[in-house]
Design a binder for this molecule. Sequence first.
Ligand code: COA
Length: 219
Amino acid sequence: MALPHDVSLPDALHGPRVRLRPLGQDDAAALWEAINESRDHLAPWLPWVRHVQALADAQAHIARARTRWRRGTDLAMGIFARDEGHLLGGCTLYPHTWALRVFEIGYWLRRTARGHGYAAETVQVLTRFAFEELKANRVEIRVDPRNAKSRAVAERIGFVYEGTLRRCAPGADGKPADRMVYALIADDDQRPDWANDGENKIGTATKPSARSGDLPSPL
Ligand SMILES: CC(C)(COP(=O)(O)OP(=O)(O)OC[C@H]1O[C@@H](n2cnc3c(N)ncnc32)[C@H](O)[C@@H]1OP(=O)(O)O)[C@@H](O)C(=O)NCCC(=O)NCCS
């Protein structure tokens, strides 16, 4: 299902230290550099990284992401340092179904951005946006059980572990792999309160573009 007519996507989302926004072609060199310096820790968990072998692949990756953003089939964004503006990594808010408003969050950080809490902050920003602006019923994180760093992100910020789906998704080696499912639901008693006051509140959105699904910068 495509982007519902009543949904306006923001130009950007903010946390205290991160800014999330769709990548444009001006970001292709930074994306290429970030992936290249990070292959060792990305490739075991993100099979698409193997297909980015040149700047042109990063450009094509961004073009595909922008098409999916416009259609509302996947809301992928770059993670940027809010102050310095450099690229820290990437994230997605993937709508399993707009009809039921069920979303899945994905994330990665470049090598030099790990170990500062940027991934946890990014997930908090996306989760808040999903519940408050997109009226999500459920937000999931699915993790390969071998991915201890990613499991730690979900657990640290209070997502509830619901169970493990066995051999339900491809591992980076192409073989079927398990997924641990973490989730929050809209009326979850355990849903954490991540609110902060003022302009640094987690999940602050920049005003949406004129039409739903418009992108803030030219293709
Ligand atoms: C998963 C991934 C994003 C996690 O990165 P990360 O840096 O460990 O996660 P965070 O950004 O939340 O940082 C948490 C770490 O920063 C530390 N930290 C330092 N300053 C911090 C701060 N101000 N706030 C919060 N944490 C802070 C935490 O203590 C924690 O350290 P630890 O791992 O030694 O316990 C990263 O390993 C990655 O890119 N992996 C490959 C892609 C991937 O697996 N994606 C997920 C697929 S499901």
